[in-house]
Design a protein around this ligand. Sequence first.
Ligand code: ADP
Ligand code: MG
Length: 267
Amino acid sequence: MEAAVHMQDVTYVYVTERGATLALEHIDLTVQPGQFVSLVGPSGCGKTTLLSLIAGLLQPTRGEVQVGGNKIVKPSPQVGYMLQHDYLFPWKSILDNGLTGLRLLNRLTPDTRRYTQHLLHEMGLGHCESLYPQQLSGGMRQRAALVRTLATEPDLLLLDEPFSALDYQTKLQLEDLVSETLKTHCKTAILVTHDISEAIAMSDRVIVLDRDPGTIRKEFAVPDAMRRAIPFAAREVAGFHELFNEIWNELLVMNGEAEKDGEATGQ
Ligand code: ADP
Ligand code: MG
């Protein structure tokens, strides 16, 4: 089977009037279909850039990005992107928001409309179809945004800190819902998060990125027992805290190195 995502020796440089920033360097990453991978790392290490490359919103300066075996040169409906901010249209009902992607792709039919309503129902928003975003809580809005993303049936979901603006309880509930929904629909997912617990609880693999330039520093495999558990329960599985500490220490060591570099260069 083709890999869901394959990045080969990818480098990305932002060029602006003020100069060039080497955001990512020599990224090699392969994600298999159905896998859930999390990316953690300090601010500015290139996590969003990496997702934007996979989404086809940016083109690599060097190297190649493939999704489902095809080189990505522009955004494709195969890939769904969900961000921290829900970007729902305030003047559209929740159902209409959910149908936005289908309309854009010219794929709105009675069947796809029914499927969107089914997803709303699955996400506990069946009774909210005709409500407007401002009438919903933050967690409900993020669920509506997820419905909009899933309605076009992408194979791959890119999730850029989708839970970070939510209160803790809502975030935990949403982690379980998203995890179960993605498993039920056999999706591949890449999640960016600052929350190490969330990364471990939701993923098969946790990848730690380093900064200046953004590189893959280390990868952690999540043990089977944690992967099988729903995210909430995964936190109670033996070995969870040890893995948390390993990742935490990796980030601490990285911070220490960055501070030393800063002192050496007088920053
Ligand atoms: P993260 O998501 O991990 O916080 P980003 O991918 O947003 O990191 O950014 C990686 C690096 O690229 C940072 O140094 C950031 O300042 C730089 N960068 C991001 N977007 C742009 C842009 N549009 N123009 C120039 N530099 C950018
Ligand atoms: Mg980011």
